[in-house]
Design a binder for this molecule. Structure first.
Ligand code: ADP
Ligand code: MG
Length: 463
């Protein structure tokens, strides 16, 4: 019928605009490399902030003692304690707890948020059992993973540049987040020192390196997306401090804010951006990460419903609700292997209030999920190629058997199998067989929590 043809025309047009042929991916990778250079050259030189982390040494395995970590950066935050036993003992013991952040705290006041976090951490510390040992006379130390763009002043302090991922608490912007946390810890009567302020990419890099010496970069694909990597200290023109002994410095790219004319951006992405809490910012993040993928799918479905009566004569009202279709639901539909696409049918019914969809309709929905996920995964791979190019690891060097390992984490990477498989195969495609043989991607399961604790250990006041 005419309606179906119109709906398919909308879908096809969207597909064309989302296309990521290999040539385009190479342009994106090259643009990423160029922006990396620009961001390292001068403050404000690029959309990529290329933030100096003050981490100039990654874990060696010799770390010892009891350390805590707190991971704030999405819809949940995690608290963790780990007993480190040095080279032989490694991680002797670990425990964690996950707490969801009440949505009103994400857009409320600074004090309420930090008080809530400190109170939850205090509760967790109270449950510390016999398997954990704090050396006598010592203060507990914490690695604070704060996964928003921060201008670091030292390893233990940094001011918030801006919120992302649905957070918006104006009175924290420009403030030292370690100071805010420390004040809240004191109010709780909790005697604990923040020994390292890092973000999740740095934590994942540290956690990855602890397990594998060849880890040189970390990528997060969760609610948001970001990457960090180990740079030569003398390749950072904007760094005017002393060169670290190691000769290295970990850089937090804040790649979620990358943008380039080569990115395939559609009218739906544009509308999502305009209506977001941070219009004009985090454009790469908005086409790749878990916070947004489901909503892109919803927007295309809405257009198909409005312009082509894809779901019948009336437009299902739920389809107009922003973020009602979450990426985990999109992923569940995408992975539906039942012959009648039962999962898709149920999601459409339960989430969007659309009953009795035909198999043909369900298939089109799966196809749409595939288009959106494929674009995100392939662009992520292009971003990674950009990093490898910056480091000269996109080629095989004569006589060198240099291995390159990327530590990956985040709910999107971990749970969205189609996304992960597409990312990994695209990276292989981009690198070619010979280079690929020396490059591997490893899932660093909650590396960021352990990583922050490890960095607290290597920056302990008792060393
Ligand atoms: P955060 O990024 O908030 O620190 P995670 O790394 O756990 O936390 O990632 C959570 C995000 O991962 C969710 O916001 C969601 O977008 C995505 N995600 C979680 N589960 C799935 C899933 N089954 N399929 C696809 N995406 C998922
Ligand atoms: Mg996280």
């Amino acid at each position: 019928s005419g309606r179906w043809a119109r709906a398919m025309a909308i879908l096809r047009e969207f597909e064309e605009k989302c296309a990521t042929p290999i040539g385009k991916l190479r342009q994106v990778a090259d643009a990423m490399t160029v922006e990396m250079h620009a961001g390292l050259a001068s403050e404000g030189g690029s959309k990529l902030k290329m933030l100096i982390s003050y981490v100039d040494n990654l874990p060696t395995g010799n770390e010892r003692g009891l350390f805590y970590a707190l991971d704030l950066g999405g819809t949940n935050f995690r608290v963790l304690r780990v007993q480190l036993g040095g080279k032989d003992g490694r991680v002797v013991n670990q425990e964690f707890a996950e707490v969801s952040i009440p949505p009103h705290l994400m857009t409320g006041g600074s004090e309420e948020l930090f008080d809530y976090i400190a109170a939850e951490l205090a509760k967790f510390v109270k449950t510390e059992g016999e398997d954990f040992h704090l050396s006598p006379g010592r203060q507990r130390e914490l690695g604070f993973t704060f996964s928003f763009p921060v201008r670091q002043l030292s390893i233990t302090s940094g001011t918030l540049i801006k919120w992302t991922k649905g957070f918006s608490i104006e009175d924290v912007v420009g403030q030292d987040v370690v100071l805010e946390l420390t004040k809240a810890l004191e109010k709780q009567g909790l005697d604990m020192r923040v020994a390292a302020l890092v973000n999740d990419t740095i934590g994942t890099l540290a956690g990855g390196r602890y397990l594998n010496n060849d880890v040189i970069a970390a990528v997060i694909l969760g609610t948001g997306t970001n990457a960090a990597y180990v740079e030569c200290a003398n390749a950072i023109p904007k760094w005017h401090g002393l060169l670290p002994k190691s000769g290295e410095m970990v850089i937090n790219m804040e790649w979620g804010n990358f943008r380039s004319s080569h990115l395939p951006i559609t009218e739906y992405d544009h509308a999502l951006d305009v209506e977001s809490l941070n219009p004009g910012e985090q454009i790469f993040e908005k086409i790749i990460s878990g916070m947004y993928l489901g909503d892109i799918v919803r927007r295309v479905l809405l257009s198909m419903a409005e312009e082509a009566a894809f779901f019948g004569d009336t437009v299902p009202p739920q389809l107009k609700v922003p973020f009602i279709l979450r990426t985990p639901d999109m992923s569940a539909m995408h992975h539906d292997t039942s012959p009648d696409l039962k999962v898709v049918g149920n999601k459409l019914k339960d989430i969007l209030g659309i009953p009795n969809t035909s198999l043909k309709t369900r298939k089109a929905v799966v196809e749409l999920c595939n288009i959106v996920a494929t674009r995100g995964a392939r662009l992520s791979a292009a971003g990674i190629l950009g990093i490898l190019k910056k480091l000269g690891r996109d080629v095989v060097k004569e006589g060198e058997k240099q291995r390159t390992v990327l530590a990956m984490d985040g709910g999107l990477y971990e749970h969205y199998t189609e996304f992960r498989v597409c990312l990994e195969s695209t990276l292989k495609e981009l690198l070619g067989e010979e280079v690929s043989a020396n490059v591997s991607v490893e899932h660093s399961n909650d590396g960021s929590g352990i990583g922050a604790a490890l960095l607290a250990a290597s920056h302990s006041q008792y060393l």
